[in-house]
Design a protein around this ligand. Structure first.
Ligand code: AMP
Length: 462
C-alpha cells in the first residue's frame, strides 16, 4: 500500500515526501482511511510505530479546508518532550498547509505560548496541566475543536493526569472526532476510552522486540553494591561513546550523576525537577559530547533521540518489561552495535523474569571479574527491601510503559559484532552464590583488561 491510495491533498503529499516517508507503517495503513473519514480511533501502539503521522495526516487534511484563526485540533500529550516532538512533526508534515501550531507545557513562560494562541493557531499540542491553566483562566478556548487526540493515554494516567483529562473534556464540544492512542490498556484507560470514543476503529500494533544489534547482559548484584559495581564496570569497560544510565527515581538519578562526576566522569542527570532551560542545556551537552554519561529516569528520558549511544545501563531495573525494551532501544540504532547492561538485585528478580518472557530469551548473566561481591551492606541498610526516602518517598518518577522504536527494532539485522566483554585472559571467578540470587550466570565473563580495582570496604550508597 502506498500513501497515494488515500486520496490525500497535494499539500499533505508534499509534506509526506518532505519527511521521506514512502510507504505507510502498519498503524498508518490500518488507521488512515478511518481517520480521514472522520471516524474515532483507538490505537494500541507505542512510540516508534509511526502513530504521530497516523493522527497528524487526517488532522492536516481536514484543517486544510474550513476556517482559520481558532483552535480546531487539540492534541494532548503527557510530556513536554513528546509535545515538542509532535509539534515538529506537524510543522514538517504540514509545511505546505500554512496551518499554525503551538505547543503548550509548563516549566516555561506563558507569554510566547499565549501569543501564538491569540494569533490564531489552529493546532494545539498540549500537556494537560498548563492547558487546564489556560482553559480555567479563559486565556484559551477549545469549544470549536473538531479533532481531539489523546496521545500516550496510559502514560498520562501514570503521571496522574486522569482528573485533568476529565476536566479538559468538559471544555470540548461533544461533536468531534477523537483519536486515542495508548501503549497499554489498563482498566482505567479502557473506561476512559469507552466514555469518550464513539464506535471507534480499533487497531493494535504488536510489541516490538529488541534489535539484534544490542548485546544484553545482566549483572546480579546486591543493591548496596550497585554504585561501586557501576564505577568499576565503567572503569574497565571502554564505554567509548555515550552512556545512558537509568535509575528508578529522580533522587537516584541526581545522586548517581554526582557520584560519577566525583569519580571523574563527564556526567549529568536528566530528571523531572529540572527547568526547561536546564534540560535543554543537559541534552545539548549530551548530544555534543560534552556530557558523555547521562543519568535519567524513564520519564525524563522520553523523547531523547540521540544517535551513537554505545551503552545503556539499567542501574535499576525498569518497572515494566516494555520499558526495558524501550530503554535498551536507545543503543544499537541504525545497525550499529550497542551494549545494554542491567544491574539486578534480589528484589528485582521478578522484573528480570517478566523481561525474559517478553523478549523470549534469557539474558546472559555476568560477573565483573575482580569485583568484590562479598562486601557486606553497611549497618542499617535494608538491602533488598524497598527503601523509604524523603521527597517523593522513593517512588518511581512515574510508572513507565515501554516505547520501543520501530526503526531500531526493525533494523534487526546482524548481531552485534562482539558479544561485549567476552571471556579473555581474565581469571574466572567462582560463583559465590552471594551475588547471583538464583539468577545463575550462564557464562561468567571476565574482562581482558584486568586492572584489579582496590577492594571496596563499604557500599557506595552513602
Ligand atoms: P512515531 O511513532 O510517530 O514517534 O514515529 C517514529 C518515527 O518513524 C519518527 O521518526 C517518524 O518520522 C518515522 N515515521 C513515521 N511514519 C513513517 C513512514 N511512513 N515511513 C518512514 N518513517 C516514518
Amino acid at each position: 500500500m502506498q500513501f497515494d491510495s488515500f486520496d490525500l491533498k497535494p499539500e499533505i503529499m508534499s509534506g509526506i515526501t518532505a519527511c521521506g516517508y514512502t510507504t505507510p507503517t502498519p498503524i498508518q495503513e490500518q488507521t488512515l482511511a478511518a481517520g480521514l473519514a472522520g471516524r474515532d480511533i483507538l490505537g494500541l501502539a507505542q512510540t516508534g510505530t509511526g502513530k504521530t503521522a497516523a493522527f497528524l495526516i487526517p488532522i492536516l487534511q481536514r484543517l486544510q479546508d474550513g476556517p482559520r484563526g481558532h483552535v480546531r485540533a487539540l492534541i494532548v500529550a503527557p510530556t513536554r518532550e513528546l509535545a515538542e516532538q509532535i509539534n515538529e512533526a506537524a510543522l514538517e508534515l504540514g509545511r505546505a498547509t500554512k496551518l499554525r501550531t503551538v505547543s503548550i507545557y509548563g516549566g516555561v513562560g506563558k507569554g510566547g505560548q499565549l501569543q501564538k494562541v491569540r494569533r490564531g493557531a489552529e493546532i494545539v499540542i498540549a500537556c494537560p496541566g498548563r492547558l487546564l491553566d489556560y482553559l480555567d483562566s479563559k486565556d484559551m478556548q477549545i469549544n470549536k475543536v473538531e479533532m481531539l487526540v489523546l496521545d500516550e493515554a496510559d502514560q498520562m494516567f501514570d503521571m496522574g493526569f486522569l482528573p485533568a483529562i476529565r476536566r479538559i473534556m468538559k471544555y470540548l464540544p461533544s461533536q468531534r472526532q477523537t483519536m486515542f492512542f495508548s501503549a497499554t490498556m489498563p482498566q482505567d484507560i479502557r473506561v476512559l476510552a469507552n466514555n469518550i470514543l464513539i464506535d471507534p476503529v480499533t487497531v493494535q500494533i504488536a510489541h516490538q522486540k529488541p534489535a539484534e544489534t544490542i548485546s544484553q547482559a545482566l549483572y546480579p548484584v546486591a543493591k548496596h553494591l550497585k554504585p561501586s559495581l557501576l564505577m568499576e564496570l565503567m572503569q574497565k569497560h571502554d564505554t567509548g561513546g555515550r552512556t545512558l544510565i537509568f535509575t528508578r527515581t529522580k533522587h537516584g538519578a541526581k545522586g548517581l550523576a554526582q557520584k560519577l562526576e566525583k569519580a571523574g566522569h563527564d556526567a549529568a542527570a536528566l530528571q523531572g525537577n529540572l527547568s526547561q532551560n536546564r534540560r535543554r542545556e543537559v541534552m545539548e551537552n549530551f548530544r555534543s559530547g560534552k556530557v558523555r554519561v547521562l543519568v535519567a529516569t524513564d520519564i525524563a528520558a522520553r523523547g531523547i533521540d540521540v544517535a551513537d549511544i554505545s551503552h545503556v545501563i539499567n542501574f535499576d531495573m525498569p518497572e515494566t518489561p516494555e520499558a526495558y525494551v524501550h530503554r535498551i532501544g536507545r543503543t544499537g540504532r541504525a545497525e550499529k552495535s550497542g551494549q545494554a547492561f542491567s544491574f539486578a538485585s534480589r528484589d528485582e528478580q521478578s522484573q528480570v523474569r517478566a523481561i525474559e518472557r517478553l523478549i523470549g530469551k534469557e539474558i546472559e548473566k555476568r560477573e565483573l571479574e575482580g569485583f568484590d561481591y562479598a562486601v557486606p551492606a553497611p549497618k542499617g541498610n535494608n538491602n533488598g527491601r524497598p527503601q523509604r526516602r524523603s521527597g517523593n518517598g522513593g517512588r518511581p518518577e512515574a510508572r513507565s510503559q515501554g516505547r520501543p522504536s520501530t526503526r531500531s527494532a526493525s533494523s534487526a539485522g546482524r548481531p552485534a559484532a562482539k558479544g561485549g566483554g567476552r571471556p579473555g585472559g581474565g581469571r574466572k571467578r567462582a560463583a559465590t552464590g552471594a551475588n547471583t540470587f538464583g539468577l545463575s550466570p550462564q557464562r561468567k565473563t571476565g574482562n581482558t583488561n584486568v586492572n584489579r580495582a582496590p577492594r571496596r570496604t563499604s557500599s557506595g550508597n552513602r
